[in-house]
Design a protein around this ligand. Structure first.
Ligand code: PLP
Length: 450
């Protein structure tokens, strides 16, 4: 067992200094399927698929074998003047899996770099077409696209982005498509995507300076798993078409079956000009990302070394052979397990089980789409008044769950579930059951909330 002195030097992501001291991270020693094991051998169900990346669970024999086999041959080679066999194979597999029309594939390392590449491609595409004043981006209110500066510039979650927004050339934001707190005061039964009137207004006023519209299709993950109707997406695409604006679908969290279709854009039967993928691409094994574009966009980049048309972008570990081998194996598993069709039973179970949370007054909204589920906690269900942040109620629920052997994390006042696809009926029941226990204990302990 290593010395815990490391904690005196460690800087944890998304964690306050105080919390890192009061709640030191669990040291996970091994993992198998949906379970993580700590130093004492205690097991924890991975209820969020390790930040939404683990599709087929930990230590899947097929992916593990593929990485091991590749490791025996070669760990890495730069993707400049060279490419590895598994990377070539991956490009072939992806070209068959991606929606027709987004089959020119650029690789990078993670969700943020996939988004950075997409934003730069859009800017350069316009510049190459002589439209140098198309330099602004529009995105959905409440969006999250990663933590690098470019990705943050198109994000609008105050908690993450407010401090940095003044540094950027200002992106433009629509009203948030947040159905539970609809900015237009509608119920879902009367929704006609009016929140996107704000998009129409932005396009009306600024379309000649806009490079692209970037969005998380169907689910705004980091904002709190806010699920919005496909009609909103349809309207966005219709407006982009009308004003000639490029579309960038950030499918980093939603891609590869998570929402019940292979890519979330399919819910609205739309194909974006640019698509970003990461997280589940390697089944959650290794960092790797894709920015896939239409041939029309790629055409603008065709030219020789002196044409100034080259996309001057790349990362040291772009197209890493181990990550590529993992991604090939993960895509093979998607076919073998018939993803997304085979997920219907488990997603229906998730939807049904989560309805049970309405028995607590503190639960204002339950939302699910495919293998994404969330409950939003409120101080008062009738007024939708928010919980007092200082009480840290969702945090307390997740801490209690951890003690019981379930790893989940809150997003603001939302507790969410992103179970690996291999989660069994019993395991999912346990995930939800342990959350019930933890929520109930928190309510008993912390009431009244104000
Ligand atoms: C929609 C979306 N885009 C981009 C990212 C950034 O991905 P990464 O953390 O791999 O950089 C995330 C991460 O959660 C995400 O949810």
């Amino acid at each position: 067992m290593r010395s815990s002195k490391a904690f005196d030097h460690l800087w944890m992501p998304f964690t306050s200094w105080r919390d890192a001291i009061d709640y030191p991270p669990l040291v996970i020693e091994s993992a198998s399927g949906v379970y993580l094991y700590d130093r004492e051998g205690k097991s924890y169900i991975d209820g969020t698929g390790s930040w939404w990346s683990s599709l087929f669970g930990h230590g899947h024999p097929v992916i593990t074998a593929a990485v091991r086999k590749q490791l025996e041959r070669m760990e890495h080679v730069m993707m400049a003047g060279c490419i590895s066999e598994p990377t070539l194979h991956l490009i072939e597999l992806l070209s068959l899996l991606l929606p027709e029309g987004t089959s020119r594939i650029f690789l990078s390392d993670d969700g943020s770099t996939a988004v950075e590449a997409a934003l730069k491609m859009a800017l350069q595409y316009h510049a190459l077409n002589g439209k140098c004043d198309r330099t602004r981006f529009v995105s959905l209110g409440g969006g999250y696209h990663g933590d690098t500066l470019g990705a943050m510039s198109v994000g609008s979650i105050p908690h993450y982005h407010a401090l940095f927004h003044h540094c950027f050339k200002k992106a433009l934001f629509t009203d948030p498509p947040y159905c539970y707190r609809c900015p237009c005061g509608r119920e879902s039964s009367t929704c006609a995507a009016q929140c996107m009137n704000s998009l129409e207004k932005l396009f009306d006023e600024h379309h000649s300076t806009i490079a692209a519209f970037i969005f998380e299709p169907m689910v705004q993950g980091a904002a709190g798993m806010r699920i919005y109707p496909s009609a909103v997406l349809e309207r966005c695409f219709a407006l982009c078409k009308k004003f000639g604006i490029l579309t960038i679908a950030d499918e980093v969290a939603t891609g590869f079956g998570r929402t019940g279709t292979m890519f979330a854009c399919e819910h609205a039967h739309v194909v974006p000009d640019i698509m970003c993928l990461a997280k589940g691409l390697t089944g959650g094994y290794l960092p790797l990302a894709v920015t896939a574009v239409s041939e029309t966009i790629f055409d603008a980049f065709k030219g020789d070394a002196f044409s100034n048309r080259t996309f001057e972008h790349g990362h040291t570990f772009t197209g890493n052979p181990l990550a590529s081998a993992a991604a090939c194996a993960s895509i093979d598993l998607m076919h073998e397990y018939r993803i997304p069709a085979s997920l219907t039973t488990r997603s229906s179970q998730l939807a049904e089980l989560l309805q049970g949370f309405y028995r607590y007054d503190i639960v204002g909204d339950v939302r699910t789409l495919g293998m994404v589920g969330a409950i939003e906690l409120v101080a008062d269900r009738s007024t939708k008044e928010r919980l007092p942040a200082q009480k840290r109620i969702p945090f307390s629920v997740c801490r209690k769950a951890l003690a019981k052997g379930l790893l989940i994390r809150p997003l603001g006042n939302v507790i969410y579930f992103m179970p690996p696809y291999i989660t069994t009926e019993e395991q999912l029941e346990r995930v939800v059951g342990l959350t019930h226990e933890s929520l109930k204990e928190t309510i008993d302990e912390k009431l009244p909330f104000s």
